[in-house]
Design a protein. Sequence first.
Length: 291
Amino acid sequence: MPLFGLLNVDKPPGMTSRRAVDRIARLAKPAKVGHAGTLDPLASGVLVLGIGPATRLIEYVQEAPKQYRATFLLGRSSPTEDVDGEVTELPSAVPPTREQLEQAARGLTGSIEQRPPAFSALKVGGRRAYDLARAGRSVQLEPRQVRIDRLRIEGYEYPELCLDVQCSGGTYIRSLGRDLAERCGTAAVMSALVRTAVGPFTIAEAVALDTPTAENLPGLLLPPELAVRGMMPEVTVSPDEAGRLARGQTIEAREGVEDRCAAFDATGRLLAILTRTPEGVLRAAKNLSGN
């Protein structure tokens, strides 16, 4: 059977997400492999991969909330905002109190405007920001809105600060530490980062990167519907409606579906991601019924 599912991998530190994907892609050939949310080489933890047609569902995994355990060194700065860059210790840095840090953390909880780091994969004029920064160009990225659901101090013994974070996709954790430190009159560099969860995918259930083989990979795949569970309404369609969707036709709208929904058959198999048209009917935006 063609490979079709999701793989929850525990990416080790010191490796790019691209290298981790390439390792699994060699095992999954000829199926495509994609990932939901890059982890920097410094970081480790949950990296969700879509395999086969499940690559078309990766965007929904990327929308899921993320959880991290992050470690920072206060009183220090670097152009990359982490220890992979050239770290400079601030002269006469004053250690903030735990109370100051907790107050600053409360101010960074909820919907906030975050300025992404200059060393990031975001594009500026068609070029990656980190390429411009490495070339010595000044990079000023526009702030963007992110959501911080939880920002809790797990441990603090100056200069080391450990944070527990739950946030929306698109949040830069190293920049969150930067902003937290700035509110306390100092600076910070990230020294370690573990992504502990992406939506329903947790580090406790992740497989080590060297566990999958060409032989056992099919048995390690998770159901593709996990990519959409909790992310959108779900509807069950009849066999007739399933046939219409497979042929590119529309079906009647469902109550409570204003934008998009996941369509399942009576057995619980994910058939399609549906969107509501201006005419008020449902059409398949992503059709998975042939898989």
